[in-house]
Design a protein around this ligand. Structure first.
Ligand SMILES: NC(=O)c1ccc[n+]([C@@H]2O[C@H](COP(=O)([O-])OP(=O)(O)OC[C@H]3O[C@@H](n4cnc5c(N)ncnc54)[C@H](OP(=O)(O)O)[C@@H]3O)[C@@H](O)[C@H]2O)c1
Length: 170
């Protein structure tokens, strides 16, 4: 059973997270941070997020991949599939030191934040607007303490500045 969740997301300057069921940027140091932070853990994603990951990268390597879909016949090779958030939380077992990371998209972030189980979030705040059609839900009602983990400057691989924060429920 899972009674505590971590969450990781990257947001543009309007809290946008995606467009046309895809990411809107290519920021390698943030991608590396995502990989390093979630490695060895359980990652929980919505079916649309799963669909958006190129086939050659699915399931995300070195992590237990969990996909939520209400479609009874939905299959995702080498992933665990659950048809409700509640059954996912009640049936999943974590190994010692393992965390359950909510990795999006917007519907799944919302479910997680509304559950009250999110104890920490890793949010990348990008200083650019990308014209998103999908947005990170409002989390202002919950009291997180925020620590900046690192900042990225513009360089040949990064078209925008961003800061990565860890938010801890206080
Ligand atoms: N910037 C970031 O950090 C980040 C991270 C992840 C994703 N994204 C972006 O977010 C977008 C996708 O987000 P989204 O909100 O459209 O979709 P999503 O949250 O990835 O997936 C939604 C789907 O999840 C399933 N679902 C939702 N609630 C459920 C429940 N209670 N029980 C079982 N299944 C449930 C349904 O699948 P069925 O329709 O199959 O029933 C639903 O259609 C894409 O643009 C993606 O690139 C961005």
């Amino acid at each position: 059973m899972i009674d505590s969740l971590s969450l990781i997301a990257a947001l543009d300057a309007e809290n946008g997270i995606g467009k046309n069921n895809d990411l809107m940027w290519n920021l390698p140091s943030d991608m590396r941070f995502f990989k390093d932070t979630t490695k060895g853990h359980v990652v929980i994603m919505g079916r649309k997020n799963y669909d958006s990951i190129p086939e050659k990268y699915r399931p995300l390597a070195g992590r237990t991949n969990v996909v939520l879909s209400r479609k009874k016949d939905f299959e995702a090779p080498d992933c665990l599939v659950f048809d409700s958030f509640e059954s996912c939380l009640s049936q999943l077992e974590l190994a010692p030191e393992q965390k359950a990371f909510i990795i999006g998209g917007a519907e799944i972030y919302k479910l997680a934040l509304e559950s009250g189980l999110v104890k920490e979030m890793f949010l990348t705040h990008i200083d650019k607007t990308y014209g998103a059609d999908t947005f990170f839900p409002n989390y202002n009602g919950q009291h997180f303490q925020k620590t900046c983990l690192f900042e990225q400057a513009i360089d040949e691989k990064h078209e925008a500045t961003f800061r990565v924060y860890r938010y801890e429920l206080s």
